[in-house]
Design a protein. Sequence first.
Length: 667
Amino acid sequence: MKRISCLLLLVFALMAKAQDGQRSWERYIEELVTAEELDAGSGELMYDLLGELESQPVNINAATRDDLERLPFLTEQQIEDLCAYLYRYGPIKTPGELQMIASLDPLRRKLLECFVYMGEGDKVSVPAMGDVLKYGRHDLTATLKVPCYNRKGDRYDGRNGYLGYKYKHWLRYQYACGEAFKAGFTAAQDAGEPFFGGGNGWGYDYYSFYVQLRRTGVLENLTAGRYRLAFGAGLVMNNDMGYGKLAMLDRLGRNACHVRVHSSRSAANYLQGAAATFRLLPRLSATAFASYRRLDATLNEDGTAATLLKTGYHRTPAEMGKKNNMAATAAGAHLRYAAHGLHIGATAVYTQFDRQLNPNRKQPYRRFHAAGTRFMNLGTNYGYTHRLFNFAGEAAVDGNGALATLNSIGINVCRSLSLMAVHRFYSLRYTSLYANSYSDGGHVQNESGLYAGADWQPTRRFRLKLYTDFVYHPWATYDATQASQAFDNMIQATWQPGNWELSARYRLRIRQKDDGQSDRTVWHSTHRMRWSAAYGQAQGWNAALQADAAYAASLQRDWGLMLSARAGCSLSRLHADAHAGYFRTTGYESRLYTYEYGMRYDMAYPAFYGEGIRYSLMLRAGVGRSLSLSVKVGVTDYFDRPVIGSGLQQINASSMADADLQLHWRL
């Protein structure tokens, strides 16, 4: 650890001669999401998408509306304004020209510059097969994670413990020819999973293969292998990314309609088969899909499935016994019409399992969970975008007639101020296996609420975002055995003087939970605050200081504080990123989150509780034009415990260190 500390000091000492080395979009994306709203799956999918867009930027002058809708940080108004500007004035020549689009704030302009380029204005046509083989690009990423410690489960005695070794590694390969063709695969192995044995005779525990062809005349998109879909507001079909409440302000009026390849390492939320989008008329398109895939499930004694598992872990004999023990067949279609700011769509999805889904209904919060073997959902989505306002929504029903609706309206009061309101009603009986939309409880079920937000930018350097959300759950939830209410409020201010960025965020969540002793509920409140100061140059070094605080009050009170700093620099072809922080909390309720720059396609947003320090150093070196090597060492030292974790994950030490190695080759 002394050597790591010396390296950290060296990084800070060399910053005066540095150039910016980390992926620039990582500095900006933090403003769009909060860690506590991003589950591991959504975070990984978002990072995976942005990492892919970075390696294959969009030609903004040849981009269609569908291409711009692939960028998750743009609002419907900004997409409309970009299309209108290109139609009226022709190709954009320089990044500075983006300032002419009034709805694009400085943050969006910076993000756009990371994922688009100003090429020729000719529309992309499908290349000949010879051109695909000649002009395509290979992209290979290989990563190895080495834990410098042993967990209890690493010692397998034939009955207990993990079946495989403690190392985690994965491969990702893709061959792409512009935006018209891509094919690739992902192979991943979690720590503890067997490799070429123990139930994984084909080597890796997880594989994903895909091929995609776009813009071939009437056939706009043909995807085979593993893929993800998102239609409308996600009440019927969205096994792509989910968005939190802060990001809701940045997606004014957005209704999705896209098919993405599943190149992520996530073992959940994908379909397997084929999907095709056809352009029936200039403004009318249709998407059809079919899927068959195996699922992990916990079985009841009678052979029915109690729960569907999404972790993808197959480390122990018990976990391996649940692998692929259930099958799901799904098929559906989506019809979409879009013209002059108006968009209307309809979605139908049918799913059938080869086992009956039979959850434990004795637990109150599972009373209305999905049950049976056949499921049907129908929905219609709609929206209209005008320069002064926009509205969007979706209404859906399941096979039993239960209803779910979501409607939003946004008003551009003036150039600097926009307001938004969202109302949703999700029946406690509504069931959709692929729904993923705006919610407080994490499910499109058993919830109604009203959200109101404002985005105010009185000057080019100052921005204020805030929202308030009232939620009502008419039935029991995981932490309340009866009807409950919740209030969620946040305000965030950002000031950007020159190369500096100063920001402050405060969030207050109040909700009813069981008191743990009787059937009554009590109000539980959580306060979270963040202050940060960052300095960065387009060509130079960058650094940031951050303070986080949390206070949770219910039957008992918890508080937490974390102070952290990070810096990035480069010397010639060597890039370095360093992070260090001290944390202290009195309980898990006051846990704190911090963002670390990680390897390509890796999301690093760990949570900390207790007392200790966290520090890491990442080095990235370019070798020639096509090859780069990355090394990251991260250490967490706890001051309040002799062991870390519990069960098979237990580490008999107060400190844990991990080393990540990555090779990225692009030709």
